[in-house]
Design a protein around this ligand. Structure first.
Ligand code: DAH
Length: 344
């Protein structure tokens, strides 16, 4: 039995010595030292020995176990360090390599333009519309009637406005002016509100027209608001938006909800008034509609027109962005072509 143990030990030490990696070492440990391992198999025979032999062989068996254990530990240490340095070598990071290119997102040019317009009016004390006061699905009343459109106004025609099939008077709003009525009917003056949003019109799509586009509406109502206030606010706006003081021109116009009404032109930003293709040789670019709020509209929202007055304006966001960034086709805003979008 002594010889058997000696042989087992030598065999184990040799295998340990030759072990190539930690996994192999673990297998050797199981093979020799586990409960069902080879050493225990021999030990189980100790009980059949004579009483004199038992302690001697028992001790040799313990010693053998101890030696194998020591040898395993030593080898473990060696293999572990070897493993670590191999890893450090192979997983070395070259900090001089260029990084992966990760394209970053950008704001859509319409978002940029809306944010810029809104922040200019913020500066002048206007606050942003409450979302619930500016719905895109609207009734005929808020989109037209309360804004003083007569019942037979051509804009109410199905050829110009998208009606829903859910109810005869439900439509996709054709203008952001609905937000004036919804805001004013809920509280009392003074108001200074700016209201951006999507609008819809049943129109043939072309380079200049899309049937979805964006407007920014604004209005101010208080005691003693005059046309002078309108001019001051909107001149300041064009100056800030186009980046320099430019001549503006207020042309008389007509909107059902304002009286008097104007359309505002800014001197052409391309040719500075000399005449070019962008301004159709006129030297002027129309940028927004505005006017003093019609007393009928104030009455519709229970505001006394003898006490209060106000002005309102509305502008097309795509048109302003096209002028500012020299974009020649409105459809570019909606095609989501990154070659276009990444330029902003
Ligand atoms: N709602 C008008 C449109 O869609 C734009 C407009 C003009 C809005 C004059 C106004 C305004 O508030 O006073 O063409």
């Amino acid at each position: 039995m002594k010889a058997k143990l000696e042989q087992l030990k030598n065999q184990a030490l040799e295998e340990i010595n030759n072990a190539a990696d930690l996994k192999e070492l673990q297998e050797i440990r199981i093979k020799y030292l586990s409960r069902k391992g080879e050493l225990n198999t021999i030990r189980r025979g100790v009980k059949d020995l004579s009483p004199e032999e038992r302690p001697i062989i028992g001790e040799i068996a313990n010693k053998t176990a101890e030696e194998i254990e020591n040898s395993l530990e030593q080898k473990h240490e060696i293999l572990y360090k070897q493993n670590l340095s191999e890893k450090l070598e192979s997983e070395k990071i070259d900090v001089t390599l260029p990084g992966d290119f990760i394209p970053y997102g950008k704001q859509h040019p319409l978002t940029l333009t809306i944010n810029e317009i809104v922040s200019i009016f913020h500066m002048m004390g206007f606050s942003l519309i409450k979302e619930e006061n500016s719905p895109e699905v609207e009734t005929e009343y808020y989109n037209f009637d309360a804004l003083n459109f007569p019942p037979d106004h051509p804009a109410k025609d199905m050829q110009d406005t998208f009606y829903t099939i859910n109810a005869s008077n439900l439509l996709l709003r054709s203008q952001t002016s609905n937000s004036q009525i919804r805001t004013m009917e809920k509280s009392a003056p003074p108001f200074r509100v700016i209201s951006p949003g999507r609008v819809y019109r049943s129109e043939a799509v072309s380079s200049r027209k899309n049937n979805l586009f964006h407007q920014v509406e604004g209005f101010m109502v208080d005691e003693h608001v005059t046309f002078g206030d309108l001019k001051g606010v909107l001149n300041k706006f064009t100056e800030e938006f186009f980046g320099q003081v430019r001549p503006t021109r207020f042309r008389t116009s007509f909107f059902p909800f304002t009286e008097p009404s104007v359309e505002i032109d800014v001197q052409c930003i391309i040719c500075a008034g000399k005449g070019c293709r962008t301004c159709s040789q006129s030297g002027w670019l129309e940028i927004l509609g505005a006017g003093m709020i019609d007393p009928n509209v104030l009455r519709n929202v229970n505001i006394d027109p003898d006490k209060y007055s106000g002005f309102a304006f509305g502008m097309g966001v795509e048109r302003l962005a096209m002028l500012k960034y020299a974009i020649n086709d409105i459809r570019l805003f909606f095609n989501n072509d990154v070659r276009f979008l990444e330029q902003f």
